[in-house]
Structures are given as C-alpha cells and as structure tokens.
Design a protein around this ligand. Structure first.
Ligand SMILES: Nc1ncnc2c1ncn2[C@@H]1O[C@H](COP(=O)(O)OP(=O)(O)O)[C@@H](O)[C@H]1O
Ligand SMILES: [Mg+2]
Length: 381
C-alpha cells in the first residue's frame, strides 16, 4: 500500500432504498484504502452489488456520498468516474479479437498508437500469445482475464469486480483467485471484489467486509475475522464455529469463568465481545480445528487448564488430511471437531465416549441475545 490516497474509496452514510420501498443497503460508512484488495462478502441478496453499483455510479444512492480520494463523485455519471467494473458475464465484443477488445477503451478516446499499451496489458494477464484469437476461442478463465485487461488499460483508480469468477468451475476459480491477486499486487490499484464465497474472499483480500441484510457486520483481515468474530453471523458464515450457551459465573484475573452443562469453561475477557456480568448469558465459541479429542478411558492424560466437555462420537468422516467428527454433547448437540491425520485413534468411532478439550486462549465470547444459527447453511436453506 502507498501513502497516496487518491485511490481511496470513501463511502459516507451511503444507503439505498429502491423505488418499491425496499432498503437494500442501510446507511453505512466504509473506507477502502488506496492500493488494497478489498472484498465485500455476504450471502446472495445482502446488498453487495447495490453497494458496488453506487461506487460505479450505476445506481444513485438514496442517502450519503461517494468520494474517490478527495473528489466527491456522488453526482458524476459512471463514465466520468476513474472507476471500471468487471462483471460475472465477460461482455467481450464477440466480433473483435482479443487485441481489439483490450484496445477498445483507448481507441474510443481517440488514442492512435495503442500497440505497446495493449501488448503490456496482455502480458500482465498472460495472454500475449492469444492476441489474434476471438473471445469464443478462449476458455472462461482466459476470457475473464481479457475483461480485466480491458478494464485496467483505462488506468482506473479503482477496479470493481462483481462475482467475476462466478461462472468458472472450482479448479479454474482457484487458479484465477491467485492470478487476480498477482495482477492487483503488480498494478497496485484499489480492487473492490464482491463475492458470496468466503474462501474466495479470504484467499484474495487484505480486508474483508462481511455484509448481512444491507449492513456491514464486521470488517477486518481474513485472519482477524476468523479468529475474532464479533457476531454469530460472522462466526458461522466464515468457516464453522461451535457455539455453546453459557452463564457467567465469576471473573478471575483476565478470565471470565462460565458455567455450561454442569462444567466450567474459561474465556479470556479480552476475547469476549459481549458484556459479561455474573448470572448473565454469553455464547462461547471455538473453532473445530482448535479442539483435541481424547477417548474417555484416557481422560486422565489431558493436561490441566484446558477447557473440556464430554460427549459421544455421533459421526466420523475421514477426508484424508483430517477426520471430521460430529460429537453429541449436553452443551451443544452437533459439536464439530477436525483432527489432523497424524496418528489416528481407532477407538474414536460412532458411539465412543470422548472428552473434547482446547486451550482457553482459543475461546471467543459473543452476545447471547443473537440468533445462534445466524449465517449457518441450515439458516440459509
Ligand atoms: N432495482 C431493484 N429494485 C428493487 N429491489 C432490488 C433492485 N435491485 C436489487 N434489489 C434487491 O435488493 C437486495 C440486494 O440486492 P443486491 O445488491 O443485488 O444483492 P447481492 O449482490 O448481495 O446479491 C435484494 O433483495 C434484491 O432483490
Ligand atoms: Mg450481486
């Protein structure tokens, strides 16, 4: 990232209510720093495209302003904004070859000598050899790279990408994620990438804004969002979380001591995003890969100081690198535990009595007034 702020995208109080009275985006503030790879992540219908279209000038905000650097662009038409958009449908010109597709923006501005710039752009997206082919002769991923080159040749300050990889199959999508990330690093301009795929957002972006029902629920680096979710929606939408309803018992130093299903759990106070008062409720969260699984017969070997819960193996799926267990426990009906495939304990089969245990440091706390299932696939279905 640079100290130049001319490519900052600054949304202030921006909101959109459509003519039918439906509010797709609640008034919000959002700053995307110059040179960052920023992802807007959320389920279908949460307002991502509407937000992007307001930045592009394709949708008029009901409230608020859009700034690019110091410039207020709220009332500028799309073509006067230093912004280009790449959509899921590549919208290449079928009758023009790749070279002419990429040259289009330059020619339209009356620029005669386009050769060097177009060649550099094709080089950037690694399509130098394909210049004289027609779009239909390229794969989906290659066509999408042409669309990126065609947008970047206009030297926008900001590139907006609306689910650009949505039409590609999984393997190609993974390749293109890395490819787009490389291109962004090379050109250094601000990318705002919209996706509903949490893995895609986490792979590509420096900063992710998780959207839900027209609001940004939480904003942060992928690791920060994953390790320190502030809401049940973020905890469940990014990966998998086990959430346990617990009651605050007491405080001890920097820790909160909680009661859950007859046992005690320790939660560092700094990792609790909810107010914790004695007798109050908190949702205790822990990620599946942070948990160890020990057969009940060996419970004595578990070190002191770890959070522990007893349960019964309900299901075990061996997937190669790990085994994914579902554990039935009194405090949480379907506890997910991922155990790395190093040495497998053959006794951990459905029906086995087990102890789940993890470090208090890997525990997070959430406000118990929320829907515990927000952001889960069951909820979406
Ligand atoms: N022109 C429109 N008129 C009324 N409602 C719309 C319009 N465009 C989008 N919406 C609604 O606004 C919500 C957000 O849409 P959108 O921004 O496209 O979401 P996303 O890109 O996250 O899937 C959806 O419920 C959608 O149906
Ligand atoms: Mg959309």
């Amino acid at each position: 990232m640079t100290t130049d702020s001319s490519g900052d995208v600054r949304l202030t109080g921006i909101g959109k209510t459509y003519d039918n009275g439906f509010t797709a985006v609640q008034p919000m503030d959002l700053t995307v720093p110059q040179g960052s790879f920023f992802a807007l992540l959320g389920a279908s219908g949460c307002g991502k495209t509407t937000t992007l279209r307001m930045i592009a000038g394709l949708e008029e905000p009901t409230t608020g302003t859009v700034h690019l650097g110091d410039q207020d662009v709220t009332h500028l038409p799309p073509y006067k904004r230093p912004v280009n958009t790449v959509f899921q449908s590549y919208a290449l010109f079928p009758h023009l070859d790749i070279f002419e597709n990429v040259a289009f923006g330059l020619r339209r501005r009356g620029i005669k000598s386009v050769k060097k710039q177009v060649e550099d752009m094709l080089e950037l997206v690694q399509l130098g050899e394909q210049a004289r082919k027609k779009p239909h002769q390229l794969s989906g991923g290659q066509q999408q790279r042409v669309a990126v080159a065609r947008a970047l040749i206009n030297h926008p300050k900001v590139l907006l990408l609306d689910e650009p990889l949505g039409a590609l199959d999984l393997k190609l999508r993974r390749q293109m994620q890395l490819e787009l990330k490389r291109i962004q690093t090379e050109v250094g301009i601000t990318f705002v990438h919209v996706t509903h795929d949490q893995e895609e957002a986490m792979t590509m972006a420096d900063t992710v804004a998780v959207m839900n029902a027209g609001r940004v629920e939480q904003l942060g680096s992928p690791a920060d969002l994953y390790e320190n979710p502030n809401t049940t929606f973020v905890a469940n939408f990014l990966g998998t979380s086990n959430l346990i309803e617990a009651e605050v018992d007491t405080k001890s130093g920097d820790d909160i001591i909680l009661k859950a299903g007859g046992g005690k759990l320790v939660l560092p106070e700094a990792r609790c995003s909810a107010p914790a008062t004695t007798g109050g409720k908190v949702l205790v969260g822990v990620r599946p890969e942070k948990i160890s699984l020990t057969h009940a017969d060996d419970a004595g070997s578990i070190p002191e100081g770890r959070n522990r819960i007893t349960g019964k193996v309900a299901d075990a799926s061996f997937i190669g690198v790990s085994t994914q267990y579902v554990i039935d426990s009194a405090v949480c009906p379907e506890f997910a535990v991922y155990v790395q495939n190093i040495e497998r304990d053959g006794r951990l089969v459905p029906g086995a009595d087990v102890v789940l245990h993890w470090s208090p440091a890997h525990t997070f706390g959430l406000d118990a007034a929320q829907d515990i299932d927000a952001g889960t696939e069951e909820e979406a279905a």
